[in-house]
Design a protein around this ligand. Structure first.
Ligand SMILES: [Zn+2]
Length: 370
């Protein structure tokens, strides 16, 4: 396997990334998409968006669509554009993450104060904690319960408010490398959410976690009745050229977004994914499973938008990737109610042995990015 690992010839994405594909020149599908985006007639897509939104505009409902937000740059950008540039009434919804960071809470409040109708959903704490814990052990996904809820609780809210359209920000698969099945179709369904976003582990983790029927409410996909079959899911990135940095500047200007003073754990940037301490563990596990971490993920975006050359990206990956978030270690043990040994064993279980070895508990990569 090691001699088959390649990095994209343009950015630094790795061939170990799930569902990624490369062309003959060794360019990953996210970079190919960056080139394709330059040729897309975005006016056509914006007009398509207007048509989609016109269908949703409803004088009899205070809300025309739903936007999941965290107070971060992307949901803020989408909400701002919908409300101010398209005259649409979004209902913004946040599922409270566990181990929230102060900066994330501050940003969410700033966003709400900028003038958005907003609902915060906090599913039963212990239920989500157990799902997160089992997600860590059985999926290598430290906030799996929250990941479920940002789909299921959001869908329940849309149905309860008779909203027919849910707007997510970017299609990560298309933008950052992965499945390309949605780059020609703006809408997707619950099956796609389960397969791609929940990585096919939804039933497994839910079954492993003993929850009562009531506790499960926010974590179950509702059975779609005739009316809710009309519920549509889409990504803003289908309709407009997606640029995370532009979103950041926008959210800073119009929605009160503030950055962390220091760089975020495990990377060189300070302005994204600031809402929860479990995100740093998530990207560490990503590194153990696939060999690329948070800095790699951020560097790829910078290269594709032309703000960094490949050599700089390689250097930043070498400096930052794969650093364990030590500052949260005790917090994690306490939260998951795991002993140090058990927690480390779970991390080892998820370590890709073809990519890494351990020497006296020290993680040694067998590969060097090039
Ligand atoms: Zn690439």
């Amino acid at each position: 396997m090691l001699n088959k690992i390649v990095w994209c010839s343009n950015c630094v994405s790795m061939s170990t990334r799930p569902r990624i594909s490369f062309d003959k020149k060794g360019m990953c599908n996210a970079c190919q998409w960056t080139l394709k985006k330059k040729k897309i007639n975005w006016d056509v897509r914006i007009n398509k968006l207007k048509k989609v939104l016109d269908v949703q505009k409803n004088k009899n409902n205070p809300f025309d669509c739903l936007v999941p937000v965290s107070g971060g740059k992307d949901g803020s950008y989408v909400s701002y554009r919908l409300k101010n540039d398209f005259g649409v009434k979004p209902l913004c919804v946040t599922v409270s993450p566990h181990l929230p960071l102060d900066i994330g809470e501050k940003n969410l409040n700033n966003f709400i104060n900028a003038g958005y109708a907003h609902i915060k959903i906090s599913p039963p704490h212990e239920a989500m904690r157990k799902l997160n814990r089992n997600g860590l052990e059985f999926m290598g996904f430290p906030y799996y319960g929250w990941l479920i809820a940002i789909h299921t609780a959001v869908i329940r809210t849309a149905i309860n408010f008779d909203i027919k359209l849910i707007f997510y920000g970017e299609d990560g698969e298309v933008e950052y490398g992965g499945s390309t099945e949605t780059n020609k179709n703006p809408f997707y369904d619950i099956q796609y959410q389960k397969k791609i976003y929940l990585e096919g582990g939804y039933e497994k983790v839910l079954n492993k976690t003993k929850l009562t029927k009531d506790e499960k409410y926010f974590f179950e996909f509702p059975k779609l009745s005739t009316t809710s079959k009309n519920l549509k899911f889409t990504h803003w990135s289908y309709f407009e050229n997606w640029d995370p940095y532009r979103n950041y500047l926008f959210a800073k200007k119009y929605c009160g977004l503030v950055e962390q003073d220091a760089t975020n754990s495990g990377t060189f940037t300070n302005f994204s994914q600031n809402d929860q301490a479990l995100y740093a563990l998530h990207t560490y596990l990503m590194y153990l499973k696939f060999g690329f971490g948070r800095a790699n993920q951020d560097a790829c975006i910078e290269v594709r938008r032309g703000a960094m050359d490949r050599e700089q990206a390689v250097n930043l990956v070498k400096i930052y990737d794969g650093r364990f978030p030590d500052e949260y270690f005790d917090l994690y043990l306490d939260y998951y109610k795991l002993s140090k040994e058990k927690f480390i064993n779970i991390l080892k279980k998820w370590t890709n042995k073809k990519l890494f070895k351990y020497e006296k508990n020290k993680l040694i990569p067998k590969f060097i990015i090039k």
